[in-house]
Write a protein that binds this ligand. Sequence first.
Ligand SMILES: C[S@@+](CC[C@H](N)C(=O)[O-])C[C@H]1O[C@@H](n2cnc3c(N)ncnc32)[C@H](O)[C@@H]1O
Length: 220
Amino acid sequence: MTKHLPLTDALIEYAIDVGVREHAVQLKCRAETAAMGGVSIMQIAPEQGAFMGMIARLMGAKRYIEVGTFTGYSALSVALAMPDDGRVDALDISEEYMVVARRYWKEAGQAQKITGHVAPALSTMERLLKEGGANAYDFAFIDADKPSYDAYYEMMLKLVRPGGLIAIDNVLWFGRIIDPADTSEGTMALKALNAKIKGDARVDTVLLPFADGIFMCRKR
Ligand SMILES: C[S@@+](CC[C@H](N)C(=O)[O-])C[C@H]1O[C@@H](n2cnc3c(N)ncnc32)[C@H](O)[C@@H]1O
């Protein structure tokens, strides 16, 4: 007997209406990003932002790092849930998106917590590691180019402290993850990483079939 509820758009809208408390600037970021057209699919879902904020609060997270910032919604969701001395490192390759993200962070009064790094994420992660970032982060989020996910995961295992969390987005890949005919580079990279994490003794895991699938990996 199935134990999951087949979600409809109406049910998801209901869950967002009842359960997601968005800051006015989060709402604005979401509305303006939606108006950008097709690229807006890249933004995390609002219930996912609320979930990440809840995780940060439960963990008492003070340091958060993300790969893939786009217009700033995920970084803002976590920053809003952190205390005043919380610190966020937000990594993206696009100056154009980072300019937009910084505007929202400032408007929400969170800019002092968040450092935006514009460069290929792996080079930023190498630099942060050298600058004292080893075992320094409580919470990490991977949400960028899929072929590099495995490299990001390995770097996050160095940056996150034991007991800290690495959350990996899009691991169900809009259902394509179980399509044997889909051999595109991004899909193959996600399939390989999911299979690797399944047997990875370095982490405790749960794959949440929520939003587009989030692999929650607690570093042992
Ligand atoms: C799915 S979006 C991130 C969405 C974001 N977490 C949010 O809450 O809206 C992916 C982002 O990864 C960035 N990106 C792609 N390749 C990258 C790379 N090599 N290094 C850093 N960022 C990269 C893109 O510019 C894009 O903004």
